[in-house]
Design a protein around this ligand. Structure first.
Ligand SMILES: C[S@@+](CC[C@H](N)C(=O)[O-])C[C@H]1O[C@@H](n2cnc3c(N)ncnc32)[C@H](O)[C@@H]1O
Length: 437
């Protein structure tokens, strides 16, 4: 390990404090408490913070049970990180206890409490089975999500809500998109095997590496032979019907994963639009590594006057801003940072984007609507309302979806013909103007 565990725990505790008391995102907390110059230390802290957020409801429950008086914020944070590490079971329990005590001793504001950590953590270890058995009696501690989130998934998916919630609380696989412009899946798998990696195909261009590893260790990554992308997110080019020479608008493009995928698939003239200038920079970074180019425009895709300056397009991709309820495996803090009111707010932004972009779709051409959400308001309900308002619009069916709407819920092993095996939650709808089927 690049830094001693006790130091990593102390740093993670400061990040955890930001997440809990300032509702800071995991990504921001990580930037706040670690530096770019120490990538290895950052990756240890990142792993500790992810572990703690994946056990958030459980560690909150344990603190309530094990500590009579609400501890000070800083004490509480280190305790949460330590309890999450014990629940994760990757380190020896007494290593975790000792390292927590060491961490407290090295911090002047915590040194008085080293005995407290020792006592609380040992108490947890003595009563572990009884305390953790209680997790199962409450849905929030069972699935590590707030009550409203669980009720929402339960109402939306009455048959599969449990499997969705438990998949959401697991670590995601490392999935790559193979760059078909430069190699093939078979060729790439061969290279991986030769370098001692375990990998398997899980979608047409999707390969999963087990166990996950830093991307700079993957052979061919820096040469652009592959990119990191969930298998569920890779279906854009299977759905949108494109040919070389087409002009495509990728309306909500940053960080450019799908822009790159479009350009790897065909010789296209792509305009990648993004409202956030900082995020737009990332499109360029994504494309440069792969040796690809697109016209990058910083602007609001729901502003007709901005769109009018861009000319005509043969196809439009709208990968709309959403609650991201489908990608909780990769961003476990989402369940805690989202509020139920966000769903309607985002659904109306999506509807506005759809309305404006639809005007730019020529007769007989397509718009592919995508969200990485599994909430019906952002998916099927959104599209049904759109179709009700637009008699000239229809859904295009395809081999992956018999009604033109593809609803992917997060799964680890579902094997439906044509779809990836292990993927996050996504929703796709392929809309066509004027061509009723
Ligand atoms: C789901 S992400 C897109 C992911 C991207 N397509 C990819 O595959 O890498 C949505 C993006 O849309 C941007 N966005 C939100 N509202 C927008 C708007 N009105 N116009 C353009 N971009 C917008 C967000 O800043 C965010 O970067």
């Amino acid at each position: 390990m690049s830094i001693p565990l006790n130091q990593a725990m102390l740093i993670s505790a400061s990040g955890w404090q930001k997440i809990v008391s300032e509702s800071c995102s995991l990504e921001k907390a990580l930037t706040f408490c670690t530096s770019d110059e120490q990538p290895e230390a950052r990756s240890v802290v990142q792993s500790l913070l992810y572990t703690t957020v994946r056990h958030r409801a459980q560690v909150d429950y344990l603190v309530r049970k094990l500590v009579k008086k609400e501890p000070q914020e800083k004490v509480r944070s280190l305790l949460c990180v330590a309890l999450a590490l014990l629940l994760e079971d990757k380190e020896k329990p007494f290593t975790v206890v000792n390292q927590t005590v060491e961490a407290a001793k090295t911090d002047p504001e915590l040194s008085w409490s080293s005995g407290f950590f020792n006592a609380v953590l040992r108490n947890f270890l003595r009563n572990r089975s009884q305390l953790t058995a209680a997790f199962k009696t409450n849905l929030s501690t069972r699935y590590n999500a707030p009550g409203w989130w669980i009720s929402k998934i339960k109402r939306s998916y009455p048959k599969s809500w449990q499997s969705i919630l438990s998949t959401q609380n697991k670590r995601p696989p490392l999935t790559l998109r193979i760059n078909r412009a430069k190699t093939t899946v078979d060729e790439f798998l061969k290279t991986l095997t030769e370098h001692g990696f375990q990998a398997k195909p899980i979608g047409t261009w999707a390969v999963m590496i087990e166990p996950p590893c830093p991307v700079n260790k993957i052979p061919g990554f820096s040469e652009g032979l592959c990119s990191v992308q969930d298998a569920g997110s890779q279906l854009v080019t299977e759905l949108l019907e494109l040919k070389d020479g087409d002009r495509v608008l990728d309306a909500c493009a940053a960080p450019g994963g799908k822009t790159a995928q479009l350009l790897e698939t065909h010789r296209l003239d792509v305009t990648a639009m993004e409202i956030d200038p900082d995020r737009a920079v990332r499109i360029n970074e994504t494309l440069s590594r792969l040796g690809l180019t697109a016209k990058i425009v910083v602007g609001d895709a729901s502003d007709e006057s901005v769109l009018d300056k861009l000319g005509e397009f043969d196809a439009i991709l709208l990968d709309a801003p959403c609650t991201a309820s489908g990608i909780v495996r990769r961003h476990p803090d989402i369940v805690w940072s989202r509020r139920s009111e966000d769903i309607d707010v985002l659904a109306s932004r999506q509807a506005h984007l759809l309305e404006t972009l639809w005007k730019k779709v020529p007769q007989g051409k397509q718009l592919l609507y995508v969200v990485c959400s599994i909430f019906p308001e952002e998916g099927p309900m959104q599209i049904q309302r759109f179709l009700d308002r637009h008699p000239e619009a229809s859904l295009k069916t395809n081999t992956l979806s018999s009604d033109g709407m593809l609803r992917l819920v997060p799964t680890e092993n579902e094997h439906v013909q044509g779809l990836p095996i292990n993927h996050d939650g996504f929703f796709y709808a392929l809309l066509v103007k004027g061509n009723k089927q």
